[in-house]
Design a protein around this ligand. Structure first.
Ligand SMILES: [Zn+2]
Ligand SMILES: [Zn+2]
Length: 237
């Protein structure tokens, strides 16, 4: 019996479950069951050349959306790999709070692809930082691991703590764009002057919602002398 236990793959003793709906997936190595896997949608199609927002199908790429024309963001471009809904939303939630190692490599894979596809010339990669109070609650900054995947993929330097969150901000769930803007104003600082001078910075986060947070980070990085700031996220709301 003991021998049998030793030889039994762990997956049989602890069958995989779909990370989104909890259904047993048996031998499958995937994170989602078939039906949930089919709902993972890439965030593709015609998009704003700046913020990456989707245009309705058939409207063509390459032009700038109304919001970016009216008030251009500080960052040069933002891109996301997946649509933030269904199983992707659940995977990111679990990853954020559940510390699931396998999800780290699954989501990291999208960051590798995104960095190679869109921002291969990046010099430095940094994550949107957490305030140390939130870091203490959560134990790790999930975006830092995503940043590491992106940095490794394009041979850029990973800045672990070059960008810091110096003001504690309320969680932004449910806030509109104006509220989010006010919430993040003055929340970030560059830790060491000169670290980003002249660098093409790739800023990484898990989800792009209104862009208020990454734009505020970009503002601080540009003020610190960055040549450009581009934004890569796993998903886009
Ligand atoms: Zn499922
Ligand atoms: Zn736009």
């Amino acid at each position: 019996m003991l021998k049998l236990l030793y030889e039994t793959p762990l997956s049989l003793l602890y069958p995989n479950r779909c990370r989104a709906c909890g259904t047993r997936t048996g031998w499958s190595e995937g994170f989602f069951c078939g039906p949930c896997g089919d709902m993972v949608r890439p965030y593709d199609g015609p998009r704003c050349g700046v913020c990456g927002r989707h245009f309705p199908d058939g409207s063509g790429s390459g032009h700038t959306c109304y919001d970016c024309t009216k008030k251009p963001p500080v960052f040069e471009a933002a891109r996301a790999k997946l649509a933030y809904d269904g199983p992707v939303r659940e995977a990111i939630r679990l990853y954020k709070y559940g510390r699931i190692r396998k999800l780290r490599s699954y989501l990291g894979g999208f960051m590798e692809d995104g960095a190679r596809d869109w921002f291969p010339d990046s010099d430095v990669v940094c994550a949107v930082p957490l305030h140390r109070r939130r870091l203490r609650d959560r134990g790790f900054n999930q975006s830092l691991f995503l940043a590491e995947s992106a940095a490794l993929a394009v041979g850029a330097r990973l800045s672990l703590d070059g960008l810091a969150r110096v003001r504690y901000t309320a969680p932004q769930v449910g806030m509109g764009h104006a509220e989010r803007l006010a919430n993040v104003k003055g929340a970030f600082e560059v830790a060491r002057p000169g670290e980003f001078a002249g660098a093409r910075v790739l800023l990484v986060d898990d989800v792009y919602t209104t862009g208020a947070t990454v734009n505020e980070c970009a503002r601080v990085l540009m003020k610190a002398g960055a040549a450009s700031v581009r934004v890569l996220t796993v998903a886009r709301a």
